[in-house]
Design a protein around this ligand. Structure first.
Ligand SMILES: Nc1ncnc2c1ncn2[C@@H]1O[C@H](COP(=O)(O)OP(=O)(O)OP(=O)(O)O)[C@@H](O)[C@H]1O
Ligand SMILES: [Mg+2]
Length: 152
């Protein structure tokens, strides 16, 4: 079974140790756990990959998303949108990621991350926690920039 963990605090620490397929956190959740555990964020990420996760994704609002896998590191730049409320953008990002993983399993991380970021940005352009009808993911996805640093 493939799993995605989006949590903070103790639930994040204990859940990530179980090796979910994907760990998706925001920067505050990662640094919060690192501070509480007396370690640094990089060590946590490396530990989660060693525990079996295929990808550790750290979102940071409109700033670039950092993604680590066993073989590569990615930076994801979201398209600029008129931001109305980013509440729920993490959930929209996770939903887009899962959709891509399920419908295009061979697509690769850059493709999965493109749909995820397009969904997160679309949600940010909506006052309510939902995709913005005037800025749908399909209109944003080609403006997502994914940079790959191979051989980590
Ligand atoms: N203002 C924005 N403009 C464009 N894209 C955004 C913006 N805010 C968020 N996003 C997109 O949504 C993704 C997730 O956002 P964020 O880091 O705020 O998640 P989060 O803190 O988990 O949110 P929440 O817990 O409220 O669902 C970002 O990586 C980015 O792709
Ligand atoms: Mg979140």
């Amino acid at each position: 079974m493939r799993t995605l963990l989006d949590a903070h605090g103790d639930a994040l620490g204990h859940g990530a140790a179980a090796g979910p397929t994907v760990v998706k956190v925001n920067r505050d959740e990662l640094t919060g756990l690192a501070d509480a555990a007396g370690t640094d964020a990089g060590a946590l990420v490396r530990g989660w990959l060693a525990a079996g996760s295929e990808a550790v994704i750290v979102t940071d609002g409109a700033a670039p998303t950092r993604v680590d896998t066993a073989s590569a590191r990615y930076t994801v730049e979201s398209p600029r949108v008129p931001t109305r409320s980013a509440v729920g953008s993490g959930d929209a990002f996770a939903a887009g990621l899962v959709r891509s993983l399920l419908t295009d399993p061979a697509g690769g991380w850059p493709a999965h991350l493109r749909l995820a970021a397009a969904c997160g940005a679309s949600n940010a352009a909506s006052v309510l926690a939902r995709l913005a009808a005037e800025h749908p993911p399909s209109a944003l996805i080609d403006r997502v920039v994914v940079r790959t640093e191979a051989g980590r």
